[in-house]
Design a protein around this ligand. Structure first.
Ligand SMILES: [Cu+2]
Length: 176
């Protein structure tokens, strides 16, 4: 059984890494993902780095509506129009969606982003459900690429296929 683990920024700061800079990790592959909203406005960046504990996801975004937002890794690296172009959630194993789903989760499932009232969010988390370096079923850099998609509403972690999270409001393509 695999889980998504949280790494709090506070823990990293307590270990002496803090200061807001991305720690220099002795690790493998890294992806940078520029996130834009549906109007094409840049909202910030997400950096993904393979570590020995899983894929570290470092999120630094601003300009999102406050509140809960579904947050997933999607199967196609294309962010156009209403972002339907990004396809479904990355799901090479054919699972159902959601951490609370008996038949879940999908590889691309992630915890909700909880955006504070100023619209700025800076968080770090680790998922063991994907790996940038994997070429097989958990791989990210396949021929048609991969993307992050952020949703209008919170993901309920159980409704297939996307947690009843409403419209897709932001998207970004994984770039090596
Ligand atoms: Cu999604």
């Amino acid at each position: 059984m695999r889980f998504v683990h949280w790494v709090s920024a506070g823990l990293l700061a307590a270990a002496g890494v803090g200061g807001g800079a991305i720690p220099a990790l002795a690790t493998g592959e890294r992806a940078n993902v520029e996130i834009k909203d549906a109007a094409g406005k840049a909202l910030g960046n997400i950096v993904v780095t393979d570590t020995t504990g899983g894929a570290l996801i470092q999120v630094k975004l601003s300009g999102l509506p406050p509140g809960l937002h579904g947050f997933h890794i999607h199967e196609t690296g294309k962010c156009e129009g209403d972002f339907a172009s990004a396809g479904g959630i990355l799901n090479p194993l054919g699972a159902k969606h959601g951490f609370a789903n008996e038949e879940g989760p999908m590889a691309g499932d992630l915890p909700n982003l909880i955006v504070p009232s100023n619209g700025e969010i800076e968080i770090e988390l680790i998922t063991t459900l994907i790996s940038l370096s994997a070429s097989g079923e958990e791989g990210v850099f396949d021929a048609d690429g991969t993307s992050f998609v952020i949703f209008e509403k919170g993901d309920n972690y159980v409704s297939d296929p996307e947690g009843d999270a409403g419209k897709r409001i932001a998207c970004g393509v994984f770039t090596k």
